[in-house]
Design a protein around this ligand. Structure first.
Ligand code: F3S
Length: 398
């Protein structure tokens, strides 16, 4: 791989062992993937924040970095943590977990990384620009950056996105190159897609059946940012899909030539129904979990409009997960107050998957996110069901 003189000197340790190790990681990943050079990135979104997922191993990593007092070179933000940083006691987080979680965030802060603690940086003022190279690591955010915004990022791991944050570099391969952003399969969407859950089901179905490929969706009639994030998250979870195109909506769809699309598959009502059927509610629900990816202001308002004239059943908990920026937004604050009065918990900084409380305390969870179903189902003691937000709320409100 071609390296500039400066990059070579960093690798040799001129700027310390830690930065050398960070660059080595990027170069190694680049070599494995056939990159010819390194390129600059404009931002980094870093996963590997929840103590539930990173454990104590992360502290030796921080020790290594801290030796050289490194700071990030580009705007960098964190993915959700394992708890609401202001209300972890109320969530029932134990004191060891909260102590470690606070420590992890403090370590990231020392490096100059912003504690946005969200998987939706694009909803809190960090929308990537068309064509810009970034190094993001949360899988739904990666897919949104590539597909909805037309930015360019591979699906980075926590350590590699941190390495990019500290060096301002990534290896040029994969989705950074235009030739790798072409679709491989045409999906004719014959089924009606209305709710966020419908988009999530489409994504889940595609990822499960055609994982790893880039789809071109035709027949989608509208694509709001909320619908796109549902689609992105589900596809990334079930099939590691990091990019897609939607005719008339995503910014690169016009570049697609007919001859690129050699295979056509139909997504019909039958496929849609089959996924809902598979995850159909079967037991008495004890938790409704909304906000995977983190809920937008619009979603929180939508929920409020449905619940404002109704009462929550006492045997069901309702949790909405969002970013702190959305939670404290002037338009959201009063709505959240009303939701809280109704017994609905709106938490920031965390989510149903990366926080330990959902799995520890609930056995029958329903959500409108296929990604949440995918990950929560990995715990064999938890039953997880999927439905549209409207159906879920209708059944659990009086
Ligand atoms: Fe975000 Fe957690 Fe879902 S990080 S995409 S809300 S699993």
């Amino acid at each position: 791989m071609y390296l500039t003189k400066e990059q070579e000197r960093i690798l040799e340790g001129e700027k310390g062992e830690a930065l050398s190790k960070m660059l080595q990681l990027i170069v190694k990943i680049g070599e494995v993937n056939g990159a010819e050079k390194l390129i600059s990135v404009n931002s980094a979104q870093i996963a590997g924040v929840s103590y539930l997922t990173v454990g104590d191993a992360i502290f030796s990593f921080f020790d290594m970095i801290n030796k050289d007092n490194l700071k990030v070179k580009i705007p960098s933000w964190l993915n959700p943590a394992g708890m609401d940083m202001g209300r972890y006691k109320e969530m029932g987080i134990d004191s060891l977990f909260s102590k470690k979680q606070i420590q992890i965030i403090e370590e990231y802060r020392k490096l100059g990384i912003k504690d946005t603690l969200t998987c939706t940086p694009y909803l809190v003022g960090h929308e990537p620009k068309f064509g810009e190279h970034v190094a993001w690591s949360e899988s739904s955010a990666v897919s949104m950056a590539n597909s909805y915004f037309g930015a360019r990022t591979n699906r980075e791991g926590g350590p590699s996105s941190l390495a990019s944050a500290l060096t301002g570099l990534t290896a040029e391969y994969g989705l950074h190159l235009p030739e790798n952003r072409k679709p491989e399969v045409l999906i004719e969407v014959d089924a009606a897609l209305e709710s966020f859950a419908d988009f999530s089901v489409l994504g889940f179905w595609f990822g499960e059946n055609q994982g790893g490929k880039i789809p071109f969706f035709r027949g989608i009639k509208q694509l709001s940012i909320e619908k796109a994030k549902s689609l992105s998250a589900a596809m990334a979870a079930s099939g590691s899909v990091a990019m897609y195109h939607v005719e008339h909506f995503t910014p690169e769809y016009k570049k697609i030539k007919k001859e690129d699309l050699t295979e056509t598959i139909h997504f019909t009502e039958e496929e849609k129904k089959a996924i809902y059927e598979r995850f159909k509610e079967q037991d008495n629900i004890d938790l409704i979990a909304i906000g995977c990816p983190h809920a937008s202001k619009k979603e929180i308002k939508m929920i409020y409009n449905v619940v404002k004239s109704k009462q929550k059943k006492s045997d069901v908990d309702i949790m909405i997960f969002t970013s702190r920026k959305v939670l404290t937004d002037i338009e959201t604050v009063s709505i959240v107050k009303e939701l809280t009065k109704k017994g609905i918990k709106v938490y920031a900084d965390t989510c149903m998957v990366v926080s330990p409380v959902t799995r520890q305390n609930y056995r029958n969870i329903i959500t409108n996110s296929s990604k949440a179903v995918f990950y929560l189902s990995k715990n064999k003691e938890t039953n997880v069901f999927l439905d549209t937000l409207e159906n879920i709320l209708r059944r659990t409100l009086r």
